[in-house]
Write a protein that binds this ligand. Structure first.
Ligand SMILES: C[S@@+](CC[C@H](N)C(=O)[O-])C[C@H]1O[C@@H](n2cnc3c(N)ncnc32)[C@H](O)[C@@H]1O
Length: 363
């Protein structure tokens, strides 16, 4: 098989960013490739995890890898990079996080995610789908190292070795899988008399996010608001609160994360409820919603970035009916007001405390 060098492909980010310090891959990805070269890999027996923009999928494309997708935006990014590098789509097979396959995987390639709960979910699932003599290579930047990475790996594998550091990254090599009984991959959170369920790796693992709790204290649906979107819904807690206020309301919930949308589906009544696994409001018509509520994203893995939230705010304006409302909660330090003022004609601060602020934007 022809060896690719780092200069063979051009990998870009999706969504694109104005921040030139944000890259489409880092040394941990390159370090993984070096280790892969030392393995004998069979075609169609390699599974790639947490390849955010497609660096690994493009470089390993000749092995016909299985690519496990957590986010809609991740799939779009990988598509764009496969296309712009004129590679063949049909060699890649995209799978959801909790996929089931008849064949067994020989090599797992994991970029360790920021959420170690998600890492645990991935190892637990992957170890069940692997051949007995399979191997997993998992890489991370050393500044993000936590002993928990090793202890989670040791839960599922007898042999866990660490490489030397290279360009401030490390690879761990996992072999000899343990035979493990089923591991529970769902957290249960008791909040205001409701038990919320969420898959490991979904935002705010052990409690309802404090910004959302503050929002819920002040969340009041108006009588005439019949169609509502919970944008960036996570486990669906905000949409659930709306559903409890008016069970007849049509509720839409959207998130970029597959496991978030799956979790929301565990928490809301299904009637009149629509779940959307997407990173953009392009799926909705103009003037569609009476109310949009959100605790918008500003963290992506180890990066902080408000560009995605601002793009979503523009999309919200298009999808709101005239006279409709967009209510969002945010940390004070993000200073979203300046950005919202450029989009909406009227912004009210309806509540705030030292940490959080709730904005109401009118169309
Ligand atoms: C701050 S969390 C809020 C989650 C939930 N509403 C809550 O209050 O617990 C932000 C959510 O935005 C999601 N997200 C990130 N980018 C997104 C996008 N482009 N479109 C929709 N959701 C996105 C993340 O997956 C995450 O679940």
């Amino acid at each position: 098989m022809k060896k690719n060098t780092f200069f063979d492909f051009k990998i870009s980010r999706y969504p694109s960013t104005e921040n030139r310090s944000l890259k489409a891959w880092n040394a941990a990805d390159e370090h993984l490739l070096q280790h892969i070269e030392a393995l004998e890999i069979e075609q169609k027996s390699i599974a790639i995890y947490n390849d955010r923009f497609g660096f690994l999928s493009c470089f390993l494309h000749a092995y016909a890898p299985l690519v496990v997708i957590n986010y809609r935006s991740q799939k779009k990014a990988i598509y764009k990079n496969i296309e712009s590098n004129q590679l063949n789509f049909s060699t890649l097979e995209f799978l959801p996080p909790l996929f089931q396959l008849d064949k067994k995987i020989k090599t797992g390639i994991i970029k360790v995610p920021k959420s170690l709960d998600l890492f645990r979910l991935q190892l637990s699932h992957l170890s069940n789908q692997m051949q007995e003599d399979g191997v997993i290579l998992a890489a991370f930047m050393t500044k993000y190292f936590s002993k928990k990475i090793i202890s989670i790996a040791q839960e599922f594998f007898e042999k866990v070795e660490q490489s030397k550091a290279w360009k401030k990254s490390r690879v761990i090599i996992l072999q000899k899988k343990k035979s493990i009984k089923k591991v529970d991959l769902i957290h249960k959170i008791n909040f205001q008399g409701v038990v919320f369920q969420q898959y490991f790796g979904v935002f705010s693992a052990n409690h309802i996010d404090y910004a959302s709790q503050f929002f819920i204290e002040h969340l009041q649906l108006k009588k005439e608001e019949k169609r509502v979107l919970d944008l960036a819904c996570g486990n669906g807690v905000l949409g659930k609160m709306i559903q409890l206020q008016n069970p007849d309301c049509e509720i839409h919930l959207m998130d970029d994360s597959f496991l978030a949308v799956q979790s929301a589906a565990l928490n809301l009544e299904k009637e009149n409820t629509f779940f959307h696994y997407n990173d953009s409001l392009e799926i909705f018509e103009n003037d569609f919603f009476d109310l949009v509520i959100s605790n918008p994203p500003f963290h992506f893995e180890h990066e902080t970035n408000i560009e995605v939230a601002i793009r979503l705010f523009h999309e919200v304006k298009r999808c709101l009916k005239n006279g409709g409302r967009f209510q969002l909660v945010a940390s004070q330090h993000l200073n979203f007001k300046t950005h919202l003022e450029k989009i909406f004609s009227q912004i009210n601060i309806t509540s705030e405390n030292a940490k959080f602020v709730i904005y109401e934007c009118l169309k």
